[in-house]
Design a protein around this ligand. Structure first.
Ligand SMILES: NC(=O)C1=CN([C@@H]2O[C@H](COP(=O)(O)OP(=O)(O)OC[C@H]3O[C@@H](n4cnc5c(N)ncnc54)[C@H](OP(=O)(O)O)[C@@H]3O)[C@@H](O)[C@H]2O)C=CC1
Ligand SMILES: CCCCCC(=O)O
Length: 481
């Protein structure tokens, strides 16, 4: 059984305490491998290595840093099958989705490699005619990255790539559940030959290593994706010591099915948005707002489509939806299903843990659809992070927009309609960072800004050109002869 250790100053090193934890395959309960459970001293050594490397790395030309990222991209591309299979074994995502995510990581690296040759400042005319005034961007220094288990390749890379290209060095703490996938990605950085200490990984619990990063004075900025509960803790810790922080958190994303919607498109988008990755995306669809006049027709089609979803081990051909990522995540989802029943929502489809010879060893939950949900119910307000839909009827678009915004979150929102006026009103009225028309709520493109409003985000944006704002500071320079 292989133990995957920390990566510090260009070397793989076991945790000082020598403690490890087993990582379980949620489809079969088999042990995938072991990862290091690190201590604060392991973290100190990683931050020390990153601190020692930061000046040299920041002095390289952006193009030179970009060349390293191109190399990493090529190595990950060559190891795509291995990395994707590890992802499926660790957190249950189907292999085709895992391959797609890993390919997305490759594309993100290539996008930011190119950013190393783009402008990073402006010349601004001074009111003093003899002066030169311009801006330049400088790296933060050592950046701490804390990532979740649901996109264990794409999210680490969409944080690391901009951090690195803009001259920062990195200490990353991946989710404990997907530490092996993270180790394989970091091994690709190792193979690419980045200078020692530029990239470091410390695996271990969020409460020890994650919290330690937030409070570590050697870390200038923290970029986090995960639950809003943890995100708030990170924000308070960062504010306490004046560190920069960036949070991308949960969602309770609505799709509006307008009276004139193309129902087949709407059903396809709802199924994909709600049940792909077993509903474990911050952008997943969890609230389905349907015009009362077409609700029955829509729900009938939705139920028919849900019946054809093939559930199983994500490594097997033809499986469309895998297990929940862990036993505890499955228990969370099942507890919300019980809450929905107790709150009086009408269970139309699913609602059970899947049992039988092919399911008993895994953490499988049926795609679940509740109807007659009130917007104030817990299943309509709280992020479940599983394959659970809440169907809520409305009588007019004004009511639909109100319902769409009736949530603490504001990450993604969709509408299915053929009416341009309704589209334009939706774009203006919905409080969400991602607004999608006749498309599912999930689906983030690497070249565009990504992030939410309200409790979904700390209101910065990741990806695309937007990422530069977090990973650099602007200097306004004034020069006189
Ligand atoms: N918006 C999104 O993309 C995501 C949202 N979620 C939400 O979060 C819930 C739990 O999932 P989970 O992955 O556990 O999300 P968490 O927020 O618990 O964990 C995300 C990351 O933060 C770390 N962490 C945990 N506690 C702390 C802390 N006190 N200080 C610093 N870092 C910490 C975790 O470490 P460790 O691995 O050791 O726990 C992990 O690396 C899900 O049910 C879902 O609601 C989850 C994933 C992604
Ligand atoms: C952190 C959530 C990432 C969402 C990726 C997607 O919707 O494609």
């Amino acid at each position: 059984m292989k133990t995957y250790s920390n990566y510090i100053a260009g070397e793989w090193k076991d945790s000082i305490a020598g403690e490890t934890r087993e990582i379980i395959n949620p489809a079969t309960s088999e042990v995938v491998g072991k990862s290091s459970v690190s201590t604060a001293e392991d973290l100190n050594r990683a931050v020390q290595a990153a601190s020692e490397a930061k000046f040299g790395w920041s002095q390289l030309a952006g193009a030179a840093r970009g060349d390293y990222l191109y190399k990493v991209a090529n190595i990950i591309e060559a190891r795509l099958e291995e990395i994707a299979e590890t992802m499926t074994r660790e957190m249950g995502k189907t292999l085709p989705e895992a391959k797609g995510e890993t390919a997305r990581g490759v594309a993100i690296l290539r996008y930011y490699a190119g950013e190393g040759m783009r402008k990073v400042g402006d010349v601004i005319p001074s009111s003093d005619s003899e002066a030169l005034m311009f801006t330049k961007r400088v790296p933060l220094g050592v950046v701490g990255i804390i990532t979740p288990w649901n996109f264990p390749v794409a999210i680490p890379i969409w944080k690391m790539a901009p951090a690195l290209i803009y001259g920062n060095t990195v200490v990353i703490k991946p989710a404990s559940e997907t530490a092996i996938t993270a180790a394989k990605v970091i091994d690709c950085f190792h193979e690419a030959g980045l200078p020692k200490g530029v990239v470091n990984m410390v695996t271990g619990s969020g409460s020890v290593i994650g919290d330690g990063m937030v409070n570590h004075r050697g870390i200038a900025g923290i970029s986090f994706t995960g639950s809003d509960v943890v995100g708030k803790q990170i924000a308070m810790g960062a504010v306490e010591r004046g560190a920069k922080f960036q949070l991308e958190m949960g969602g309770k994303n609505p799709v509006i099915i307008a009276e004139d919607a193309d129902l087949d498109k709407a059903v396809e988008g709802t199924i994909s948005g709600a049940f792909r990755s077993t509903g474990q995306k911050c952008t997943a669809t969890s609230r389905v707002l349907v015009h009362r006049n077409i609700k029955q027709a829509f729900v009938d089609k939705l139920l028919t489509a849900s019946q054809s979803i093939k559930i199983g081990n994500g490594l097997e051909d033809g499986v469309w939806m895998g297990p929940c990522s862990s036993e505890s995540q499955m228990e969370t989802v099942l507890s919300y299903i019980e809450k929905g029943k107790k709150e009086g929502a009408k269970l139309l489809f699913g609602g059970n843990r899947l049992r039988g010879s092919e399911f008993d060893q895994g953490f499988y939950v049926e795609p679940t659809i509740f109807d007659e949900v009130d917007s104030k119910m817990q299943i309509a307000q709280e992020e479940i992070f599983g394959p659970v839909i809440a169907v809520i009827p409305f009588d007019n678009l004004e009511e639909a927009f109100e319902l769409a915004n009736d949530t603490q979150f504001g990450l993604s929102a969709s509408i299915y309609t053929e009416n341009v006026g309704a589209m334009l009103k939706f774009i203006d009225r919905v409080d969400a960072g991602l607004v999608r028309i006749n498309a599912e709520t999930a689906g983030v493109e690497l070249q565009a800004p990504f992030g939410g409003m309200k409790s979904s985000s700390s209101h910065s944006r990741e990806q695309g050109e937007a990422a530069i704002e977090f990973y650099t500071s602007i200097k306004t320079v004034f020069v006189k002869g």
